[in-house]
Design a protein around this ligand. Sequence first.
Ligand SMILES: C[S@@+](CC[C@H](N)C(=O)[O-])C[C@H]1O[C@@H](n2cnc3c(N)ncnc32)[C@H](O)[C@@H]1O
Length: 232
Amino acid sequence: MLYTNPVWIGLGAQTQETSGYEQRSRHDPDGIGRFYFGREIARVMGHEGAGWLERPDREESEMPDEVVAQMELRPTDTVADIGAGTGYFTFRISRRVPQGKVYAVDIQPEMLAIVAERRKQLGLNNVLTVLGTDRDVRLPDDSIDAVLMVDAYHEFAWPREMMASIHRSLRPGGRVILVEYRGEDPAVPIKRLHKMTVAQARRELEAAGFAWKQTKSFLPYQHFIVFVKEKK
Ligand SMILES: C[S@@+](CC[C@H](N)C(=O)[O-])C[C@H]1O[C@@H](n2cnc3c(N)ncnc32)[C@H](O)[C@@H]1O
């Protein structure tokens, strides 16, 4: 089965108005029943589906090399690929930051084991794996130049806490690049909970203190949305 069951954790004392969260008993079977600013959070893709992340048709449908080129990285940058999965994007980023480094962050150790094995095969020393939690990326504060999240944000169980943690990890002026299937477009052949609209993405990331910078539309099915942690 592709999707694992999420671990349920209570919402605690915060109200919906202050947290953005809401729990509903009637919900999409692809979701966990928790809503954030009205969007239902999707179930996490289990590591049993790792092979699917490496499917050959992604080259055409998700243009990974172009995604990484459009990140406009400098060779010395420190980058975090959050929800890295098998490292499909991590290793492409690694080539672009020869004097920098890339953290592959995931909550599934099985995914990180795949990244570590490939890193060994390729003999790379600028790829680091980090086992995060569903609320914390566990990266050093003020250390990251750019964060990439591809097809991952919509399944963060605690997006508010995750984005606060990412905000802390970024240097002032650091960027978050969010790649998600276009929720506005019914022709995109992806489950509803695995898509996001630009308006929803802006609502959620602006609530976490990020400023929207631009939305690039070079991908066949996805948005490439750039947010910035503004300098004070
Ligand atoms: C659909 S996969 C995408 C993987 C990769 N970005 C790609 O495009 O090939 C989503 C990944 O996000 C991870 N994930 C989900 N919630 C996470 C969280 N809160 N922090 C880090 N990773 C998370 C999952 O474990 C899974 O490996």
